[in-house]
Write a protein that binds this ligand. Structure first.
Ligand SMILES: [Fe+2]
Length: 229
């Protein structure tokens, strides 16, 4: 599985008001992919996976490391950086976001479909009335988001799950205007580089097929670690 400080075991405060941060941080690392490039066929094609991981994600990581070179950012977990992202240059926001968001994205997909854990299913049913309603709302958010960005299902600091979308490489951990704050649980990349080779302009078809590869165990694990729901 992928692994970076961004998804390392967190320390939870008694009253969660911000994202949990890793207990131990030993530097930013580009993650390994937990499956082969062709593992998510036919829903995510091999060429898209290879280019997306080796070019786009690697590019975000390399550019983030260049932006962080010689600064305090090298010694700070991404969650901590995002809490005060507004004070850093926009390159840190864009490349740090791109680095982190793709880590979550790879981890929340799997070629091995299993039953949805009861904890995450019950949390979804409580806050969205039904799983189908949640799926419908998330799909609408992902499909209708204008331009490049991400669709999220996150745990809010009020203890409720919510769906949102962000532009570019922003995410719900960032302290910037117009971004609803919370801990990301499920991420879907809706940049064209994530689907155009296979789906061209048919983003809705890409979003619909995404549900075939969601790693619900990873999503459930993030929910547990968030300590919010
Ligand atoms: Fe991407």
């Amino acid at each position: 599985m992928v692994g970076t400080a961004a998804i390392a075991a967190p320390v939870l405060s008694a009253v969660a008001s911000c994202a949990p941060v890793p207990e131990k941080f030993d530097g930013h690392k580009f993650p390994e992919l937990g499956y082969s490039f062709d593992a998510l066929e036919p829903y995510i094609d091999t060429m898209t996976m290879e280019v997306h991981y080796t070019k786009h994600h690697r590019g975000y990581f390399n550019n983030f490391m260049s932006a962080a070179e010689g600064t305090e950012l090298l010694n700070m977990p991404l969650e901590q950086i995002f809490e005060s992202i507004a004070k850093y240059p926009v390159g840190v926001r864009n490349y740090g976001g791109g680095f982190s968001n793709h880590v979550l994205f790879w981890e929340n997909m799997t070629p091995e479909q299993k039953d949805i854990p009861s904890q995450i299913r019950q949390a979804i049913e409580k806050d969205f009335n039904s799983f189908d309603k949640f799926r419908e709302q998330f799909s609408i958010s992902a499909t209708t988001h204008f331009g490049s960005g991400w669709a999220w299902r996150a745990a809010g600091y009020d203890g409720k799950l919510f769906i949102t979308a962000t532009a570019n490489q922003d995410n719900p951990l960032m302290n910037i205007p117009d971004v609803k704050k919370g801990v990301p649980l499920l991420a879907l990349d809706v940049w064209e580089h994530a689907y155009y080779l296979k789906y061209q302009n048919k983003r809705a078809e890409y979003v619909d097929n995404f549900w075939n590869v969601v790693n619900w165990e990873a999503v459930n694990s993030r929910l547990t670690k968030s300590g919010l729901v």
